[in-house]
Ligand binder design. Structure first.
Ligand SMILES: [Ca+2]
Length: 205
């Protein structure tokens, strides 16, 4: 029996070494499923952000959610004139991943994912992420147009999963303060755009 223990120990050691070599993948984490009226799933608050004359409205709707009983409905009206610098102001929606003084560590994740559809199809927005620095200046780093991350290449009236690689953002992923849906003027012909989009199951994967 003693003679066999050598190879057995070697085999166990080999398995241990192989398992150790596989990088630890973090399980997916839900930031918001839009089921609860109060805080998101990581304890942060959410709201629209607006500068007149642009406007936005956020409502949790039971109208055909992707999952659960509710989804987020965002109505946006991005203007191209008036407001600061006569650029039409701005509008969007943010959810805080910072809970109190604690930032969210997104470093273990590869992508931000969310389910998206539009009331008519062809709506547009960019994802904005803010780390400690961008949070302090009250702005965010923007992704490309959301269609770039959708299987159909654009928002349609069917639910689609957007996968936005975190490598697309120049920021400190380990100190993430917020995730935003940004109706940027540059995404719309002439700088103005109006419509309704639905979002559900915002996650890091
Ligand atoms: Ca939901």
């Amino acid at each position: 029996m003693k003679q066999r223990s050598g190879p057995a120990v070697f085999l166990l050691l080999s398995v241990w070494v192989v398992l150790r070599a596989v990088p630890a993948l973090a399980a997916a984490v839900v930031i918001d499923d839009f089921e609860d009226a109060t805080a998101n799933k990581v304890g942060g608050r959410s709201n629209t952000y607006v500068m007149a004359p642009s406007r936005a409205l956020a409502v949790k709707t039971t109208e055909a959610p992707h999952a659960g009983a509710k989804a987020l409905m965002l109505k946006y009206d991005k203007k191209d004139k008036g407001g600061p610098y006569d650029s039409g102001g701005w509008c969007g929606y943010y959810t805080m991943t910072k809970a109190g003084p604690r930032y969210f560590d997104a470093a273990p994740y590869k992508s931000l994912t969310l389910w998206v559809k539009g009331a008519q199809g062809g709506e547009s927005f960019a994802i904005g992420l803010a780390d400690r620095h961008w949070d302090e200046v009250g702005d965010s780093v923007k992704s490309e147009e959301i269609g770039k991350y959708l299987p159909a290449g654009k928002i349609t009236t069917e639910w689609q999963k957007a996968t936005v690689p975190l490598s697309a953002f120049m920021l400190e992923a380990k100190e993430l303060a917020s995730v935003a849906v940004c109706f940027e003027g540059s995404l719309f012909p002439g700088g103005a755009g109006k419509g309704t989009v639905y979002v559900d199951d915002l996650m890091f994967e």
